[in-house]
Design a protein around this ligand. Structure first.
Ligand code: SF4
Ligand code: SF4
Length: 197
């Protein structure tokens, strides 16, 4: 019918005319953020990191730099690495999260921040010291164990390395520190204890 299209168009106009605004007055007002938000500061747990560099290899932009050295704390078992450098150049990061996906040990997580304006590009490189000292509120992105625990990085308490993994690895931190520990080993179904030197 002639004029129906006009009426439909006016209806859309009227609907939007009376709809309340959905913009907010940032930074005074803030919208709620999803726990899976892929933010800029990254959360990294030295205690869980083996220095395998999978995250660096999977980064399509090659912006994660890792330097390790033999710790000489477990030479007979092939030794472990000390992490000397773990830099992430977030000035070039596209926050795809592939590095987090690639980490097999739940050592690297996305963060929740997005307000890191700096005057110089070099100040956008997150160093290993900064990562070590940061308050750790990991994003739940690609970490179903945190989602299942209903962790909210905005409201929740900071999480320790024991709380963020799929496994707790109670022996892991001691091993990194080079401590002598007793670990139960499984050989063909039988269990025995093994002293580390
Ligand atoms: S989020 Fe993507 S671009 Fe950024 S460091 Fe990780 S893999 Fe690289
Ligand atoms: S953060 Fe994960 S993937 Fe990257 S070096 Fe450490 S253990 Fe490997």
């Amino acid at each position: 019918m002639y004029g129906l299209g006009l009426a439909k168009g006016l209806m859309v106009t009227m609907k939007n005319f009376i709809r309340p605004p959905f913009t907010v007055q940032y930074p005074e007002e803030r919208l709620p953020q999803h726990p899976r938000f892929r933010g800029e500061e990254f959360v990294w747990y030295d205690e869980r990191c083996t220095g395998c560099a999978s995250c660096a290899k999977y980064c399509p932009l090659g912006i994660i730099k890792i330097v390790t050295s033999p710790s000489e704390t477990a030479v007979l078992e092939g030794d472990k690495y000390d992490i000397e450098v773990f830099d992430i150049d977030i000035g070039r990061c596209m926050f795809c999260g592939l590095c987090v996906e690639a980490c097999p040990y739940d050592a690297l997580f996305m963060g929740s921040g997005f307000e890191r304006g700096r005057y110089q590009r070099k100040d956008l490189v997150i160093s290993v010291d900064e990562l070590r000292q940061a308050v750790k509120r990991p994003s739940t992105w690609f970490r179903p164990q945190l989602e299942n625990a209903r962790y909210d990085p905005q409201e929740g308490e900071p999480l320790a390395w024991e709380d963020v993994g799929r496994e707790k690895w109670p022996w892991h931190k001691q091993e990194k520190a080079g401590a002598k520990i007793n670990r139960t080993v499984h050989r063909g179904g039988a269990e025995s204890s093994q002293d580390k030197k």
